[in-house]
Design a binder for this molecule. Structure first.
Ligand code: SF4
Length: 505
């Protein structure tokens, strides 16, 4: 096992994003929420995944992997830099009605045995294309339900990863857990396999809400997993909650928050439920009449932020909270926070390899996504091909804007003078339209723009997608196309996207 390598981003002073949200920010948020659309892309990637196209395929991915190993990854990663690894396990035994993930509902565990074989084959092919056994400082198994795999299958997947990659003992190795299907023995196995972080789906502990979303999971089941993780010395426990589900209101959700606070996870994600039954079929089984009204949903969010802040959690941004000593909060204080496909991340800019059906990777300036069905995934690997079906090759402009959006979303500040010097550009000239749009957001108190520096205010952090969207060239071009189609005036401000984006877990 290797010692940890130094981070690639230089340390910088404490960032504005590390400041606590105050009551004024929440009051302003309440007042603005009806007028400013806070929805938008989550920017786990820039450009966002809806820009991926089928002009990118296996050959591009192989070139990207080779580029990564010879140190040509953009922006600038030295040869042999550590990797981030994502493993997708798509199976779940039961359907949760709110779910928008790519999953396969089955009780046939024979299906995962075959899947594990193919995961191992894909890992071998990717490693061969990389040409070297690369160090992995960050890995994550997501789904679906990774704990759908039985003990032997988990061992086989981990053995394959260890055969082809060097999983650092100093790294972050996390797995999503369904507390309904995990016992003490399984938790011990996870620790033995090297997982040092777990992520638990909770959503809401209220029995009526749980029945309405078809996910019945007791406090005791969740607490048992948390207690086991602590006994086993896991470094971080993360819990996911969702607000906006049927039968929720601020008072009832506060009870769930109290139960969660008793367990004191190091990290918490509180996602907004987006009801899109025309996109996600399982949501058709949710009773729309039982969904909280927008004003109630806003109250749930504000009350939750107040409660978590009072309990000592730091608002990281975009639905994420962490205890001050957790690596995420530390990274944010030090200006080292990043975004990747799992949300916020402490590891800066590593190439990300995705394994499994529908998995997304980001390698040497290319995004790639695997086949979305098992049949296509298996067929590609049977033919000796990497199962990439689409992706995106970033331009220099995409890299620049990704850096800007990342700085605003993670650290709440853009040192535009330093950025301009690094990239050899005149920032004010290159982003004149964006700066004009930012003035409107500044008038609403979301940003503070000065020469050489753009700072997101505490209020703006609650609507940070809206700030980031100003720098999204692809959204801007969409808006221009729509205006051209509609014959509208060309000087209209950036329009809201056609699609409302919101993560549905
Ligand atoms: S929410 Fe998670 S456990 Fe539930 S169906 Fe979706 S992927 Fe499976």
């Amino acid at each position: 096992m290797s010692a940890p390598t130094s981070r690639l981003t230089p340390a910088s002073p404490i960032t504005p994003a590390a400041r606590t949200l105050d009551r004024d920010a929440l009051t302003g948020f309440r007042a603005l929420a009806g007028r400013i659309d806070g929805n938008g892309p989550r920017y786990t990637s820039y450009p966002t995944a809806d820009r991926f196209h089928d002009g990118i395929g296996e050959a591009d991915y192989r070139t990207a992997l080779a580029d990564s190993s010879r140190g040509a990854s953009a922006p600038v990663l030295p040869t042999g830099s550590p990797l981030s690894l994502y493993v997708h396990v798509p199976f779940c035994e039961n359907i949760c009605y709110y779910c928008g993930c790519n999953k396969i509902i089955t009780r046939d565990h024979g299906r995962s045995a075959r899947y594990v074989d193919y995961l191992a084959r894909e890992a071998a092919q990717v490693a061969q294309a990389l040409g070297a056994r690369r160090q992995v400082l960050q890995s994550h198994w997501g789904g679906g339900t990774p704990t759908f795999l039985d003990e032997d299958e988990m061992r086989r997947v981990m053995a394959a990863l260890q055969e082809h990659f060097e999983l650092s003992a100093y790294g972050e190795h996390s797995i999503e857990i369904d507390p309904r299907v995990v016992d003490d023995a399984r938790m011990a196995l996870l620790a033995e396999l090297g997982f040092n972080r777990i992520s638990l789906g909770v959503q809401d502990f209220d029995p009526e809400v749980q029945r309405a979303i078809h996910r019945e999971q007791s406090v005791a089941q969740t607490r048992a997993v948390v207690d086991a993780a602590r006994r086993l010395g896991m470094r971080s426990i993360s819990m996911d909650l969702i607000y906006g589900l049927p039968h929720q209101d601020a008072r009832r959700f506060a009870v769930t928050i109290e139960r969660v606070l008793e367990m004191r996870p190091e990290r918490l994600s509180v996602y907004s439920y987006a009801h899109l039954p025309h996109v996600f079929k399982p949501q058709r089984r949710i009773d729309e009449a039982a969904l909280p009204a927008p004003a109630e949903k806003l109250e749930i969010l504000v009350a939750t932020i107040e409660k978590l802040s009072a309990a000592g959690y730091v608002y990281i941004g975009m639905d994420h909270f962490a205890l001050p000593g957790d690596d995420l909060a530390v990274a944010q204080r030090e200006g080292k926070l990043q975004r990747n496909f799992q949300g916020y991340s402490t590891h800066a800019g590593y190439d990300q390899v995705g394994l499994g059906v529908s998995a997304i990777g980001a390698v040497a300036g290319r995004y790639v996504q695997n086949a979305r069905t098992l049949d296509d995934y298996y067929a590609a690997l049977d033919a000796g091909r990497l199962p990439v079906i689409r992706g995106f090759h970033m331009s220099a402009d995409d890299h620049l804007r990704r850096e800007i959006i990342g700085a605003l979303m993670c650290n709440g500040v853009l040192d535009s003078a330093a950025l301009a010097a690094r990239h050899g550009i005149d920032f004010a000239a290159a982003f004149a339209t964006e700066l004009a749009d930012l003035e409107r957001l500044a008038a609403d108190g979301l940003v503070d723009c000065r020469p050489g520096r753009i700072e997101v205010t505490p209020l703006g952090r609650l609507l940070v997608r809206r700030v980031a969207m100003v720098f999204d060239r692809h959204l801007r071009e969409d808006a221009a196309r729509r205006r051209a189609l509609a014959g509208e005036a060309a000087n209209e401000a950036v329009a809201a996207p056609l699609v409302r984006y919101s993560r549905v877990v």
